[in-house]
Design a protein around this ligand. Structure first.
Ligand SMILES: Nc1ncnc2c1ncn2[C@@H]1O[C@H](COP(=O)(O)OP(=O)(O)OP(=O)(O)O)[C@@H](O)[C@H]1O
Ligand SMILES: [Mg+2]
Length: 274
């Protein structure tokens, strides 16, 4: 496969010899900052995520986790620093470009089409739907097969997130936990290379929360999707992630395997309110 290198990246490669974020790394964040007035929401964060890994991002309320996701997904532009995804520099690109590259996020508070059913919400996130092009819409045979395939896949995804029994409900007529699951379903239907999940298990009962994480492991193993997951429920998260980053006041203050992080005095300190 020919590796297309944009101009900006070529300059960088010429300077350093090779892209700094490639090979086994799918995502790299390098010295990224985002201030809101005097609030240092993200204050010089660097991290990297290996392909096919499941990595956690934890930290107390207001430590900058969601802001970091917003920066990675293109909802904010960093004040400084660089973000690389799958060999491409993505900071400054609009969210839909980043989404098209296969980096898809879910929101801490689910955002859905309230006038659509759960099933329709999942279906609408499929990429490149041919029936949506005004010309192709005139020629049914161009897209009829694809529509059936999209519907079949969306139904399977509803199985993965355990929502088939409420598929026909309006998206406003399900529980908060089921809304989170619908969002995850929407994200999966976009055929992502990597998913950023902001508190996927919030408001979900412990059994279902574990079920979601078991499915995340399965999706990684079977489809090779990489996961970066914000989660406050550490007792669940730590059983499934390969690696954890800990944020506090906009900075990464610790990182390592879950067992190492759990014993790190600095982490214990911030979680005990120190
Ligand atoms: N759009 C914004 N404008 C101003 N300040 C913001 C904005 N977004 C976030 N902040 C501030 O940046 C800091 C980090 O917020 P962020 O939402 O990233 O934290 P978080 O780690 O996701 O917290 P939580 O665990 O409660 O979701 C907070 O002080 C927050 O008030
Ligand atoms: Mg948050």
């Amino acid at each position: 496969m020919v590796f297309q290198v944009p101009l900006l990246d070529r300059k960088r490669i010429a300077e350093s010899g090779e892209p700094s974020c490639s090979g086994d790394k799918i995502l790299c964040v390098e010295k990224v900052k985002k201030y809101f007035g005097g609030v240092r929401a993200v204050d010089g964060v660097s991290l990297s995520i290996p392909r096919r890994s499941i990595v956690g991002l934890i930290g107390p309320n207001g430590s900058g986790k969601t802001t970091l996701f917003n920066l990675i997904a293109g909802y904010y532009k960093p004040d400084s620093g660089e973000i690389w995804f799958d060999g491409k520099r993505i900071d400054g690109l609009p969210p839909y470009e980043i989404y098209k590259y296969g980096l898809v996020r879910t929101f801490q508070t689910p955002r859905m089409w309230t006038s659509l059913t759960v099933f329709e919400n999942v279906i609408t996130s499929a990429k490149d739907q041919r029936g949506e092009s005004p010309l192709a819409a005139l020629v049914k045979k161009l897209w009829a097969g694809q529509e059936r395939e999209i519907a079949r896949r969306a139904w399977n995804i509803l199985g993965v997130v355990q929502l088939q029994h409420v598929a026909a409900n309006m998206s406003t007529d399900i529980s908060g936990g089921q809304m989170k699951l619908t969002e995850i379903g929407r994200a999966l239907n976009a055929e992502p290379k990597m998913l950023l999940l902001d508190e996927p298990a919030a408001g979900v009962n412990p059994t279902l929360a574990r079920n979601i994480f078991e499915n995340i492991v399965k999706l990684r193993d079977e489809l090779g999707i990489t996961f970066f997951i914000i989660e406050h429920r550490l007792e669940i998260l730590f059983d499934y992630v390969d690696y954890v980053y800990v944020m506090h006041q906009g900075r990464i203050i610790a990182q390592g395997k879950p067992a190492e992080v759990a014993e790190n005095p600095a982490v214990v300190d911030i979680y005990m309110g120190g």
